[in-house]
Design a protein around this ligand. Structure first.
Ligand code: C2O
Ligand code: CU
Ligand code: CU
Length: 594
């Protein structure tokens, strides 16, 4: 499998040059504050189901009189918002006009591995990738970004990221704002690092430039009514502790992968890289006033990227403590409130959509993932709490499949963080529901469909998921830390979802055997008999419906009819494979006793 390379600034050079960069940026920021703020850019929308996307390079003036080379989709920076509807048959044509390879991942969309856009789906310069899939997610806010092995941070930082909005009938029927760019507002929060030449630097400690939708110091002309904000933390490394000025309350209506069952009133919401949240804020009666969306990051505990200390201990190598955003509260977006629109929403609903979290019955696999410093490195780097980090002491290797699971397998994962910094853990292929945080009940703002979960330093979370709908023997799904620098450093693994062996993959039944099973469904035992005479030994194998072998045994033919106890097997569909004198018969039956 071919890997590709990308020229980024060597880290030593980035560190030295970015110190000067900070001074320059501080100067630029103070100049900026004298000027008017910049109108928030609202990314244009593309309505599906056919999407024509071109990944391109261009330039962006983040600051007056500056030109910075950037990447964008159908433009110079960021990407159009893709509007999809549940059930749509989406067809995407994505052309790569960069002079480097790229990839494109539909973060949070439940699609097959082939369409998921992981590191194996490389789009060479000049090539076009054509994923096609049905939208199976319910309404929610998703996003898309490149995912090349070791290339995610450079390409996202240079500008490749966009929002995906999925609508469905239940969501469109809710009395909440629905007018994109008016009362339904995309809010892509990012921080970037610039070097002295105003080039975007992949120096994650120096992300001193804040922006929303690519706009630095943004203001938004908001109508005085209820606003729906689609918050996306698209930053490489920074966690935001979101709130509003004067601690004004707001209402969470969606977690990462879709709507909540009821609104949740909050004054703070922690959003880690990759996470999304939809919130309502009531601006009615505020015509002529302003309100600020604020990162209350002075409140972040140490160990969270964005806090005053990130758990490195005495840190002389990295520039983290010198970053003037760390440990500070800062404004993200200023709402200049004007007249209401016609058809405005003025009330906050209570009930939203019914949610059916996965139940813990029938869980087939338990996995534990340990986020840790790589031991080999710990031996040579005494303050190894700064990484590089791995998962279960492995780093990502394109040619290694870290585990194989079965389609429909229901799994409980426990993620242990043994490092001093918080890591946002993400899985591809399916959303999940948290079962526990820190061994305790799940905080309300995380009760809902999630696909990224922030695992606190020296702590753990537990979630449940199920690999529904898709299987592929070769193309893996990813799981990884969504701190892009960690991901690129290899804090990622991949897994294959295989089809259940089922009838297709077990040997085909021969017509010479004549066995029967009764009763069906069975409760405590089932009886195997034959309608014709049988000689020699019988080999019996019991498989569950996912093709997992439950037991096998050899019996003499003269023991027929044979009673087989099944009271220890879970309810479900089973296959009994009978081998006799070189022939095979498969008998399908159901156990129902609990
Ligand atoms: Cu948003 Cu695997 O990524
Ligand atoms: Cu993803
Ligand atoms: Cu991490």
């Amino acid at each position: 499998m071919s890997r590709f390379f990308y020229n980024s600034i060597p880290i030593e050079m980035a560190i030295t040059s970015s110190r000067i960069g900070i001074a320059l940026l501080l100067l630029l920021c103070s100049i900026q504050q004298l000027n008017a703020q910049n109108a928030l850019v609202i990314p244009p929308v593309l309505n599906g189901p056919q999407f024509n996307l071109t990944v391109q390079s261009g330039t962006t003036a983040f600051y007056p009189n500056t030109t910075t080379p950037t990447y964008g989709v159908n433009g110079n920076l960021l990407a159009p918002t893709l509007i999809m509807h549940t059930g749509d048959q989406v067809n995407i044509s994505l052309q790569n006009t960069l002079n480097v390879s790229t990839t494109m991942h539909w973060h949070g969309l439940h699609v097959s591995p082939m369409n998921d856009g992981g590191p194996h789906s490389i789009i060479q310069p000049g090539a076009t990738w054509n994923p096609q899939f049905q939208v199976m997610n319910a309404a929610g806010t998703f996003w898309y970004h490149p995912h090349g092995a070791g290339q995610t941070d450079p390409q996202v930082s240079k500008g490749l990221a966009g929002m995906i909005i999925v609508h469905d009938a239940a969501e469109l029927a809710l009395p909440i704002p629905h007018t994109y760019g008016v009362d339904d507002v995309p809010v892509i929060i990012q921080s970037k690092a610039f070097d002295v030449l105003q080039q975007i630097a992949i120096a994650t400690e120096e992300d001193t430039a804040l922006m929303v939708n690519g706009t630095i110091h943004p203001y938004y002309n908001a109508p005085s009514q209820v606003l729906r904000l689609r918050l996306l933390n698209g930053s490489s490394m920074r966690v935001y502790n979101i709130g509003f000025s004067n601690n004004k309350v707001f209402y969470q209506i969606a977690t990462d992968a879709g709507l909540r069952d009821s609104t949740l009133q909050l004054t703070r919401l922690r959003l880690a890289p990759g996470e999304r949240s939809e919130v309502l804020i009531d601006l009615s009666g505020m015509n002529g006033q302003s309100l600020q969306l604020i990162a209350y990051n002075a409140e972040l505990p140490n160990g969270f990227y964005g806090a005053a200390q990130v758990g490195y201990g005495t840190d002389t190598i990295m520039d983290y403590p010198h970053n003037f955003l760390n440990g500070q509260n800062f404004e993200l977006l200023n709402f200049q409130i004007g007249a209401a629109t016609s058809g405005a929403v003025y009330t906050i609903p209570t009930a939203l959509v019914p949610l059916t979290p996965f139940t813990t019955t029938g869980v087939t696999n338990y996995r534990s993932m340990v986020l840790d410093t790589l031991r080999t490195l710990a031996a040579i780097v005494p303050t190894a709490s700064m990484g590089p980090f791995g998962i279960n002491q492995h780093t990502y290797d394109m040619d290694t499949i870290n585990f194989v699971t079965t389609k429909n397998a229901k799994e409980i994962w426990t993620i242990y963080n043994k490092t001093l910094v918080a890591h946002p853990f993400h899985i591809h292929g399916m959303h999940f529901f948290l079962l526990e945080r820190s061994g305790q009940a799940v905080p309300k703002q995380e009760q809902g469909k999630k696909d990224v979960v922030l695992v606190y330093p020296n702590d753990s979370v537990k979630f449940i998921t199920q690999w529904l709908d898709f299987a592929d023997d070769e193309m893996p799904y990813m799981y990884h830390c969504h701190m892009l620098h960690h991901e690129d450093d290899g804090m990622m693994g991949q897994f294959i979802v295989q089809n259940a062996i089922g009838i297709q993959q077990l040997p085909v039944s021969s017509t010479t055997l004549n066995f029967t099973l009764s009763p069906n469904p069975a409760s405590n035992k089932i009886t195997l008999s034959s309608k014709s005479s049988v000689n020699e030994m019988l080999e019996l194998k019991l498989f569950d419906w996912m093709g997992q072998l439950k037991w096998s045994k050899l019996v003499q033919a003269n023991q027929l009819p044979l009673t087989i106890p099944v009271e220890n097997q879970a309810n479900g569909i089973y296959l009994l494979q009978v081998n006799n004198q070189g022939a095979t018969q498969l008998l399908k039956f159901t156990i129902q006793n609990k």
